[in-house]
Design a protein around this ligand. Structure first.
Ligand SMILES: Nc1ccn([C@@H]2O[C@H](COP(=O)(O)OP(=O)(O)OP(=O)(O)O)[C@@H](O)[C@H]2O)c(=O)n1
Length: 405
């Protein structure tokens, strides 16, 4: 297969390949970028592989940076862009199920491609746009399937994370997982427990955000992988996960907040349990805060009253999107949206009478009492018991002070 039209990122990088070729070495675009170009998808990063050793690359180009020289990667700087060039290599000995123990540089492209995870990730593209496809990746793309290069068991034993990658690509591309590859995944699933949580999370999250997230999640459950995911074993039941899978089936990709709210937030865990689950997945502070805020509401839709909407108004978008995917009645989401739109204030700072005003008017003293007065004003305004004006709030506080004395 020859690609006539290359995206601008690759056209810009072609002179790099040419220069390496002119110096007497081979150089190709490899990895995800070739897969994505063939699929007509936007590419994230340009990976180049070469028969030249790192020292040889450094002799060819004026400006280079040793970004990962022990793994054979050198960055070449060209017209303000950085291009990572990695020497062809084999990663024969793996000890910890994730990191290649030894990297052996080789001069042969096929040696480099055959150590890669899936056929659709094992293409090379030369400077003329010719696709090199030693493992029938094009047929697998046409058949919409994820198939390991060579023996799936070997690929997954070398690197257990590849099992999560298989599910992630299946979800993103809406592909099936080929039978032998799936069988290896079922057999070697327990090795996932040895993989760093962060790496699993990255793949799992991309999977949940994929177009076919629902189907991939079902495969994960059917393959028996659930016990080997981060989080406390047994807390998330297969039924919980399958519910999420059904909700996500055939939905457009969602934000990371929404997928985690769906996955962990709606399960009805109490606060500390939810927090512990989120921590075990090592989620970002932002995602944790969002899921902790919306989770209890998702788990009990009847709790979502005017005050709850006010208190969580920073998260209302995620709340509404998640409820929609959960399939709650449209009248519920409409009511939340209407209530949110009609809120007179969105934080205490929006009150027409500030703490400073209260002190200046002699209506409160600095200290804890001031907080109590402000809270009362906030509640009265949010619940529509008083207008958010200086006059109305002054009257309210005066009445309360008078009533209390
Ligand atoms: N565990 C892994 C990770 C990566 N690779 C190889 O390294 C390439 C680059 O990996 P990476 O950048 O992680 O993923 P991409 O396939 O590029 O996909 P994406 O950019 O969508 O993450 C892959 O295509 C694959 O050939 C592999 O064989 N095994």
């Amino acid at each position: 297969m020859k690609l006539e039209l290359l995206p601008s990122e690759l056209t810009a990088a072609k002179p790099i390949l040419k220069q390496i070729n002119r110096a007497g070495f081979q150089a190709y675009f490899v990895g995800g970028c070739v897969r994505d170009i063939i699929l007509g998808k936007p590419i994230h990063d340009v990976d180049i592989a070469s028969s030249a050793y790192p020292e040889e690359i450094k002799k060819i180009f004026k400006k280079t940076v040793d970004t990962g020289i022990q793994h054979g990667t050198v960055m070449v700087l060209d017209h303000g862009e950085g291009y990572e060039i990695t020497t062809f290599r084999t990663e024969s000995t793996y000890t910890d199920f994730r990191r290649p123990d030894q990297v052996a540089f080789v001069r042969s492209l096929s040696e480099d491609l055959k150590r890669r995870d899936f056929t659709i990730n094992a293409f090379a593209l030369d400077e003329d746009g010719q696709v090199i496809d030693y493992f029938d990746g094009l047929t697998d793309l046409a058949n919409r399937q994820i198939r390991a290069v060579g023996l799936a068991k070997e690929r997954f034993t070398e690197d257990a994370l590849r099992m999560m990658r298989a599910l992630r690509f299946a979800a993103q591309l809406d592909f099936q997982i080929e039978d032998q590859t799936l069988a290896a995944l079922v057999e070697l699933g327990p090795n996932l427990a040895k993989i760093a949580v962060e790496r699993i999370r990255v793949e799992f999250e991309k999977m949940l955000q994929g177009l076919a997230a629902g189907s991939a999640l079902k495969i994960l459950v059917e393959a028996g992988l659930l016990p080997y995911l981060p989080g406390e074993t047994g807390l998330m039941t297969e039924a919980d996960v399958l519910r999420v899978a059904n909700q996500l089936e055939r939905k457009q990709p969602q934000s990371e907040q929404v997928v985690w709210a769906l996955y962990l937030g709606q399960q009805g865990f109490d606060g500390p349990t939810l927090q512990s689950q989120l921590r075990q997945w090592k989620l970002s502070k932002e995602v944790m805060q969002t899921v902790l805020a919306v989770g209890p509401l998702l788990a009990n839709v009847n709790q979502i009253d005017r005050w709850a909407i006010y208190e969580h108004n920073a998260y209302v978008r995620t709340l509404l999107e998640t409820l929609t995917i959960m399939g709650v009645d449209q009248s519920v989401t409409e009511r939340i949206q209407k209530t949110y739109d009609s809120l007179p204030i969105y934080s205490m700072k929006d009150l027409a009478l500030s703490g400073g005003d209260l002190i200046a008017a002699g209506l409160a003293q600095p200290g804890p009492d001031l907080g109590v007065v402000l809270k009362k004003m906030e509640q009265a305004v949010v619940l529509g018991q008083v207008d958010n004006t200086k006059e109305a709030l002054t009257t309210l506080v005066e009445e309360q002070t008078y009533g209390n004395s």
